[in-house]
Design a protein around this ligand. Sequence first.
Ligand code: ADP
Length: 280
Amino acid sequence: MSECTHNCSTCSANCSSRTEKQSLLAKPHELSHVKKIIGVCSGKGGVGKSMVTSLLAVLAQRQGLKVGILDADITGPSIPRAFGLKEKAGGTDQGIFPVRSTTGIDVMSLNLLLENDTDPVVWRGPVIAGAVGQFWTDVVWGDKDILFIDMPPGTGDVMLTVCQTIPVDALILVTTPQELVEMIVEKALKMANLMEIPVMGLVENMSYLACPDCNKHIELFGKSRVDEIADRYNIPLTAKLPIDSKLTGGVDKGMIELFNGDWLDKIADAIYDMPAKKDC
Ligand code: ADP
């Protein structure tokens, strides 16, 4: 190693003289210009993270924005199915091109690259994180007002690497009522804090069931605590998403773009109003 010049701006070594934190952020593809990046995360898998990502992307598209979804849930990629994407992603020597949904949302997911989308992905953490990094650096996203990232579930190394590699502006944390009484959500919030990414919204999924006759909200898993937790951690926005067979049906039929419901409108409006990155 060459001798330390004490000028960290011209040196990439992580020596003991380094006073500022070294950025690990990767540069996007030269043809990508993304104004805002919203990560949708959860303390564990299966709580509806992909559902919330899909709904928020559809709402943003309905607001007239140019929207992309980067599916970073490599081991459980469910975005292509929700949007009914059958076509595979193609590439040239310029880069990889996302697949466009019926209403114009660009999607990149490992399932769009695998020959057979039922093949399991038996990769270790660093390889998974590397693949997500390539979805940022090698995919030609073009001009996007918003890129939603369906984050890897949990608070492990993959989530950490993704947040260090891609300049995520804000996170939406998705939970279920059961999770809110455990420490999983608090772990996720502490991790976001550690990474210095603001959590702008807390979504309680499967919060209640609306009676089809009288619309009474039945809280199957007990009283909601989403507002109390949001207050405790200074999270500005909350939303409650019901268990709704129309949502499951929408995903199963690949027609999530046709969903009806105002549950996430406040969060979609706040994302719309967020200032864009300065360098775009
Ligand atoms: P995650 O991304 O957290 O692993 P998903 O979004 O894939 O979870 O959701 C898991 C399953 O639950 C999917 O089959 C999805 O369609 C279903 N689901 C999620 N949220 C709801 C909801 N609010 N109402 C009905 N089904 C839901």
